[in-house]
Design a protein around this ligand. Sequence first.
Ligand code: THU
Length: 141
Amino acid sequence: MKVSYEQLIENAIEARKMAYTPYSKYKVGAALLSSDNKIIKGCNIENAAYGPTNCAERTAFFKAVSEGVKEFSAIAIVGGLENETDLFSGYAFPCGVCRQVMREFCDSEFEIVVARSTNDYKVYTLGELLPESFGPDNLKA
Ligand code: THU
């Protein structure tokens, strides 16, 4: 991977600054790495009606796909309450809906990097976080 995990996490921390979270105050940043080494950032965007809230990971995926980028190798995610800035108290794992969106475009080796800082992180594969999944192949004849 030409882009390091540390660089990807730095981008996720940067993306988190744009999070729009007047309701939960929980800010998430994601940095998605395409197969041709482009970084696409995303943040969570909340809504007064709650339901339309979009997670940081999905923001990044939808930005990328809407610009024609559909092949990915990794995503870094950071999250924490708004007073947390550099060392987050916990790892922000992707929700089930975001894991399913990843499944649409990524194979089981896609890497999910959950970070508390640029040097405190864990790396999982999508296969580990979404085993026995349903995906595009299930709908093929
Ligand atoms: N959130 C994300 O951005 N990503 C996740 O995978 C889990 C949750 C956001 C949604 C909402 O704005 C806030 O975190 C609290 O649920």
